[in-house]
Design a protein around this ligand. Structure first.
Ligand code: GUN
Length: 296
């Protein structure tokens, strides 16, 4: 039995980060511009704080300046919007990222709409989402979908016309990813099916896919019986599951039953070390692009 190739997101992300560092260096030398990004968190969600810390470190390594604004959990929506307005007006800030999820009393849609589209390095502003859906290529694309596509493309192979099944229709991954995969022309131009909680007989769809992207946020739901021999499987899940034997009391599990699926698929992305590092690399790339654009 052959084992699936591992889609090494860490290695590919490192390549992208190195090329972003070169772009950042060029901007600094040629124009005296240092790209800058502001991270906004609300409350103390441990996973969110950990993600932002990783993003912050990656920025420093690429020569991107960053600021962290950790706002208290009980802050009002109006105060969050004021903070974003101040960052929107600050010329040193090229990108603004508000880490999700937000506490229930703050509407994500209001916050996302307050970030100017040209500073929206997360790609969540309705204008950028709209551009993506319209098939326009000049907007910012959300980082995780962009990272999934880069992982596929840089792992080799032409994906034109292939059958891709995306499991999950969330606003951060599934929806924008579907739009990205079906962009016209190489290397994508895929035939996309989006499955979700309303789908009847999920396995019937996943079993005929050339590529399955698991982005449902359900630990290990995608098992070997659900994929066909030789499929490519991308795991977007990062779930915390209880594990009393771990010092932290939990461990990270993807949406894919890695052991089982890797005996049947031709390639699988691991968790951690797959899509996660790609998301961060694409954020750096978007931030460099925001600064390059402003420089003209
Ligand atoms: N929460 C989970 N994924 C993301 C992301 O890509 N960006 C932001 N801002 N929050 C998230």
């Amino acid at each position: 039995m052959t084992m699936a190739a591992i889609l090494d997101g860490r290695r590919i992300a490192a390549e992208i980060r190195a090329s972003v560092a070169e772009r950042v260096d060029r901007l600094r030398r040629a124009r005296g511009i240092v790209p800058g990004i502001a991270f906004v968190t609300v409350g103390e969600d441990p996973a969110s704080l950990a993600y932002v810390a990783m993003k912050d470190r990656a920025c420093a390594e690429a020569g991107i300046r960053s600021w962290q604004f950790s706002l208290p959990r009980d802050i009002s929506e109006r105060e969050v919007l004021e903070r974003i307005a101040a960052l929107a007006a600050d010329p040193a800030v090229h990108g603004i990222l508000v880490q999700l999820p937000l506490p229930g009393h703050i509407a994500a849609a209001a916050v996302q709409s307050a970030v100017p589209p040209e500073k929206d390095v997360d790609g969540f502003h309705p204008v950028n989402m709209g551009r993506l859906l319209l098939g326009e290529e000049d907007g910012f694309v959300p980082c995780t979908p962009a990272g999934v596509v880069e992982l596929l493309v840089r792992s080799g192979g032409s994906w034109e016309g292939r059958d891709v099944v995306v499991v999950g229709r969330g606003a951060i991954v599934g929806r924008p990813l579907a739009a990205l995969l079906m962009r016209k022309g190489p290397p994508l131009n895929a035939t996309v099916t989006v499955c979700h909680t309303g789908t009847r007989d999920l396995a019937r769809h996943t079993r005929r896919a050339d590529i399955v992207v698991a982005a449902a946020g359900r630990p290990r739901f995608l098992t070997a019986e659900m994929v066909r021999e030789g499929a490519v499987v991308i795991d977007v899940g990062i779930n915390r599951v209880d594990d009393p034997s771990s010092p932290r009391g939990y461990r990270l599990a993807g949406d894919v039953d890695f052991e089982g699926v890797s005996r049947k698929a031709s390639a699988v992305s691991p968790v951690p070390g797959g899509v996660g590092p790609m998301t961060i690399a694409m954020l750096l790339s978007n931030t460099a692009r925001a600064a390059e654009r402003r420089a003209g």
